[in-house]
Ligand binder design. Structure first.
Ligand SMILES: Cc1cc2nc3c(=O)[nH]c(=O)nc-3n(C[C@H](O)[C@H](O)[C@H](O)COP(=O)(O)OP(=O)(O)OC[C@H]3O[C@@H](n4cnc5c(N)ncnc54)[C@H](O)[C@@H]3O)c2cc1C
Length: 388
């Protein structure tokens, strides 16, 4: 395993950094202030991303995507992650899970998403089922060659912008894994178009993190959809999610690296320039040691993330690899953002600098895509499983 970058990888990083600085940074302050993306801005950024070759970089080349490896996607996401998330999201999509589309689904959903003509959102979480997704209540009942969907999803990101949702619901029960345990929900995934009768999207909650990146409530009331809208096999929704969504935790980790690098660079500059008591504050051990700890954790997080990406490309990545990269990097970002603010003193809290934003945005990273506790559960489960 070695992480020396090729010429092409360096060019990818340069292109992405230039894109972030020229196309995304100029709009950050406005998005932070209004909490909104205008349709013109969405179209402009997406168009520029398509022209630059950064859009749908995760999708296979044969389908019109960029065909980047997991390692190269990690390098790209690290650069995109520097910017406000609502803006960067316009570049870093569509969702990997769309590669599970088959037959007509590919023409209707996968290919238009790769071309930037349609947008997806992914709905698993419910008011009473977050970490414990098997406890979900939303359900689909077979009726001839259709399914009837009922239930509520919440916290669903960018459903306001999406043309369709990939929705996970219960389609029955599975026998218990062990004697004495209750039966488990069989989960299936469906693609549901906006505008389908019985499917509505409502505004969700205001979040402290990621202004401009909205979450919504999805409501299904006797929503009839053809059986052909199922993604994967009946009862295999989690298998489909596991096959395609592992790298999503890698993406979270990579974006956190970018944000931490941005905060860290500002902290070093400030420590080297700001004078108190007749000297630059970086000369005080209390400040210099903070920088040392920030740098050390940042490098460790980077190695863990690149290792998980490398293993993905070599077919050896485990759930624990993704969990370790996610839990360590998201907690590293929280630490680095907080220390960067501390080093800046009062200026760190002012919205002239991106630090207070990075600090706020860091908070959600330890919760979505599986909380830190769930990541630790995965790591410890894999350790103990080896001992029966
Ligand atoms: C801004 C935002 C956007 C989101 N976007 C999406 C989206 O697009 N699609 C989607 O489906 N979901 C989305 N989510 C949901 C997100 O994935 C969940 O919030 C997350 O999985 C946690 O679920 P919960 O909030 O219900 O917390 P809970 O599961 O209720 O957890 C509460 C606390 O209990 C702890 N806990 C729970 N179980 C255990 C356990 N077994 N061991 C130890 N501790 C445990 C948790 O770690 C946490 O600290 C989003 C969430 C946010 C905040």
């Amino acid at each position: 395993m070695h992480f020396e970058l090729s010429h092409e990888q360096r060019m990818l990083i340069d292109t992405a950094r230039q894109f972030v600085e020229q196309e995304l940074y100029p709009h950050e302050a406005e998005v932070e202030r209004t909490g909104q993306l205008t349709p013109d801005l969405i179209q402009r950024i997406q168009q520029r991303a398509i022209e630059t070759g950064l859009f749908a970089a995760n999708m296979p080349e044969a389908l019109g995507g960029g065909g980047l490896s997991a390692f190269d996607m990690t390098l790209l996401d690290r650069e995109l992650g520097r910017a406000n998330f609502a803006l960067q999201y316009l570049v870093s999509r569509p969702s990997n899970i769309l590669q599970a589309c088959v037959g007509e689904q590919r023409e209707r959903y996968l290919l238009p998403c790769i071309r930037g003509e349609k947008t997806d959102c992914l709905a698993m979480t419910e008011p009473d089922a977050g970490s414990d997704l098997r406890g979900m209540r939303a359900n689909a009942k077979r009726d001839g060659d259709s399914y009837i969907l009922n239930g509520t999803k919440h916290f669903i990101s960018h459903a306001d912008l999406a043309d369709f949702a990939i929705v996970f619901v219960s389609t029955g029960t599975l026998p218990p894994k062990r004697d004495g345990e209750p039966p488990r929900q069989a989960i299936s995934a469906f693609i549901v178009d906006k505008g389908t009768p019985g499917f509505s999207v409502k505004p969700g909650y205001e979040s402290v993190s990621h202004r401009g990146y909205h979450n919504c409530v999805l409501q299904f009331d006797d929503c009839r959809i053809p059986a052909s809208q199922m993604l994967g096999e009946e009862g295999q929704g989690f298998a489909v999610a596991n096959d395609w969504l592992g790298p999503t935790r890698l993406q979270v980790a990579a974006c956190c690296l970018g944000r931490a690098q941005r905060a860290f660079a500002l902290a070093v500059d400030w420590a080297a320039q700001r004078k108190q008591f007749g000297q630059v504050i970086g000369r005080f051990q209390g400040v210099g040691f903070k920088l040392a700890d920030m740098r050390t954790r940042l490098e460790a997080a980077e190695l863990l993330t690149l290792q998980a990406a490398w293993k993905t490309d070599h077919g050896s990545a485990t759930d624990s690899d993704y969990a370790m990269a996610k839990v360590y990097t998201t907690e590293m970002l929280a630490f680095v953002a907080d220390e960067a603010i501390q080093i800046h003193g009062g200026m760190g809290l002012m919205n002239d600098l991106p630090l207070e934003r990075i600090w706020r945005d860091a908070r959600v990273e330890r919760i979505w895509e599986g909380t830190s506790e769930i990541q630790r559960h995965i790591i410890s489960r894999d350790l103990l499983r080896a001992h029966g």
